[in-house]
Ligand binder design. Structure first.
Ligand SMILES: *Cc1c(COP(=O)(O)O)cnc(C)c1O
Length: 219
């Protein structure tokens, strides 16, 4: 299938209220430009260096989302232009984002990444730590950051009931925190599991390979 067919195929499966983050990591700017020309404006990358190389070569109205693990010493390279950092997994990182956003006199949107998977390898805050951080935010501790939602990744498994269970844990936390302070975004679901994620309450999905094709190597 062509890039356009892939893109339309995904778009057609998304309810109107669900945002698509097109995950373009490892794919060239030409492919991103093509998908942009189909109307897509929100793109996700997982590496700072790759993002900072692509950013100047593409239209300025793209909303870039950082979706991969972010080291504090790299926040400064993206603070000026990043729309949303989906992968906030520590207070130290949130502090740094707040500091760098202040330097640029802007507010950076972030999602708290919560560990819901049954895998040691995955990053993310424990639920209790996510609640603590959110409370500090609602108390005004990070004035140049807006926590707009939560992000999570399910375990890499074929067991649908387990994936459903993990997504539901995040949806429950999302509803709980929403009572304290308005949240917009529940980001869960990738190429293989986004329909399930939407059933479980996701209103933003991060889809890469189902649009751009397989990556040469797993990242
Ligand atoms: C790579 C990646 C995706 C997209 O994965 P696909 O399976 O290619 O859709 C989504 N979220 C994160 C955090 C990723 O690193």
């Amino acid at each position: 299938m062509s890039l356009e067919e892939n893109y339309n195929n995904i778009k057609n499966q998304l309810p109107e209220n669900v945002q698509l983050v097109a995950v373009s990591k490892t794919h060239p700017v030409e492919a991103i430009q093509e998908v942009y020309d189909f109307g897509q404006r929100v793109f996700g990358e997982n590496k700072v260096q790759e993002l900072t190389e692509k950013y100047p070569l593409l239209p300025k109205d793209i909303q870039w989302h950082l979706i991969g693990h972010l080291q504090t010493n790299k926040v400064k390279y993206i603070a000026e232009f990043i729309d949303t950092i989906q992968s906030v997994d520590s207070e130290k990182l949130l502090n740094e984002i707040n500091k760098e956003a202040a330097k640029h006199q802007r507010t950076i949107k972030v999602l708290l990444q919560v560990k819901i998977a049954d895998e040691e390898s995955k990053f993310g805050l424990e639920i209790a730590d996510a609640k603590d951080l959110f409370t500090k935010f609602t108390n005004g501790e990070f004035p140049h950051v807006e926590i707009t939602g939560l992000m999570g990744m399910a375990t890499f498994t074929k067991d649908e009931s387990q994936i459903r269970k993990e997504f539901s844990v995040l949806k429950t936390l999302f509803d709980e925190l929403s009572e304290i302070h308005t949240l917009q975004t529940l980001s869960m679901g990738m190429s293989d599991d986004f329909p399930l994620a939407i059933e479980c309450g996701a209103n933003s999905v991060r889809v890469g390979s189902a649009i751009f094709g397989r990556r040469d190597y797993s990242k």
